[in-house]
Design a protein around this ligand. Structure first.
Ligand SMILES: Nc1ncnc2c1ncn2[C@@H]1O[C@H](COP(=O)(O)OP(=O)(O)OP(=O)(O)O)[C@@H](O)[C@H]1O
Ligand SMILES: [Mg+2]
Length: 337
């Protein structure tokens, strides 16, 4: 993809500047002349020479499905098409950068992870319910607006052979660092595969590192297929213990052992992150035990105020007795005369 597209047009759109470059496309700042000059983002893909017809057909089918998705956390696709051998996808332009850029600055706070996962999980469950599988969830495809809200982008447009690892694993779709075991085997992808890749993204957000790494794409794939999930608390000891089990389940090798939906994954992670800091509710048995275990308090020193009151009472009794004795003595003396 070369920058001589800037200043030119793709379909009816004028390309103003380049916003970024991906593995298979360039993303440009674009305008639609006569439309109030509103700024848009347009992704332009060059058709590969080998299987142009299949690539074109698949892109247009996925773009049509994606453009029908309407969710607060899915990046809206406004238009798509083909122009002079180039496929294009017109999206909402947003300015808050990508999750990849955010992770590059270090692990995220648990509160940030929980907020991002809640938004992305809602988007993913919504798409799955409409039969759309993302196929390439990764931090580069989670974008933020200026207010910090997350948007899942690039639904369904990853194509076999597009991504890292394709040379060594023909037919592979997606990005190897985030690929599910079934994706590594080149099998038909399912919503559960998306949940695994979301698990890798959450692991990376919480620890700042990827769970499975290797010097070649095949070495990484082997880790996804057979490697145990490294304890996220080894990379970030501040994480509460429950997070380990949640990520183990999200990254289970067997699809049937994973969470059933992104919302249940998100709910479990929220509980693991926050339940430990809530004061534990005492059970009935715990209260009974606590009551029976009350130690007998040894008598302590008498408080000053109480001591004063006791002293006053004693003095009053002594004075009364003296008075009675004096009265008795006076009566005896009187009658004795
Ligand atoms: N709607 C958008 N608004 C603003 N910037 C965008 C938008 N879409 C993409 N970008 C920018 O363009 C960059 C390239 O995006 P692109 O989707 O082509 O590549 P990628 O996601 O990094 O990799 P891949 O080709 O595997 O999808 C992004 O990292 C982001 O910086
Ligand atoms: Mg992308």
């Amino acid at each position: 993809m070369n920058d001589d597209l800037i200043g030119g047009a793709v379909g009816p759109y004028e390309l103003v500047d380049r916003l970024g470059t991906g593995g298979m496309a360039g993303v440009y700042l674009a305008r639609l002349p006569g439309d109030g000059q509103a700024a848009l983002a347009i992704k332009v893909l060059a058709l590969r020479s080998t299987d142009r017809a299949a690539q074109r057909q698949r892109f247009l089918r996925e773009a049509q499905m994606t453009s029908r998705l309407r969710h607060p956390h899915i990046l809206p696709v406004y238009d798509y098409g083909e122009s002079s051998g180039k496929l294009y996808l017109v999206m909402k332009l947003i300015h808050g950068g990508t999750l990849a850029e955010r992770i590059a600055r270090g692990p995220l706070e648990p509160g940030e992870v929980a907020a991002i996962l809640t938004q992305v999980a809602g988007a993913l469950d919504y798409a799955h319910a409409r039969g759309v599988i993302h196929r390439d969830i990764k931090p580069q495809n989670i974008l933020f607006d200026a207010g910090g809200d997350a948007y899942l982008s690039d639904f369904g447009i990853a194509q076999p052979g597009d991504s890292a690892g394709a040379e060594e694993a023909p037919g592979f779709t997606g990005t190897v660092a985030y690929a599910s075991p079934e994706q590594c085997r080149g099998e038909e992808l399912t919503p559960t595969s998306d949940l695994y890749t979301l698990g890798v993204v959450v692991y990376e957000m919480l620890t700042g590192t990827l769970p499975f790494q290797g010097s070649t794409p095949l070495a990484v794939m082997r880790q996804h297929l057979t490697g145990p999930v490294p304890d996220p608390r080894a990379a970030n000891p501040a994480l509460p213990p429950g997070v380990t089990a949640v990520l183990d389940k999200a990254l289970a090798k067997r699809p049937s052992a994973r969470y059933r939906s992104a919302a249940s994954f998100s709910g479990a992670l929220n509980r693991a992150l926050y339940s430990h800091s809530q004061p534990e509710q005492p059970s009935v048995e715990r209260i009974a035990l606590a009551a029976s275990a009350q130690p007998v308090r040894p008598p302590g020193p008498m408080p000053d105020a109480l001591r004063l009151r006791v002293t006053r009472r004693l003095l009053a009794v002594v004075a009364l007795l003296l008075a009675l004795a004096m009265v008795a003595a006076a009566l005896i003396l009187t009658f004795a005369r």
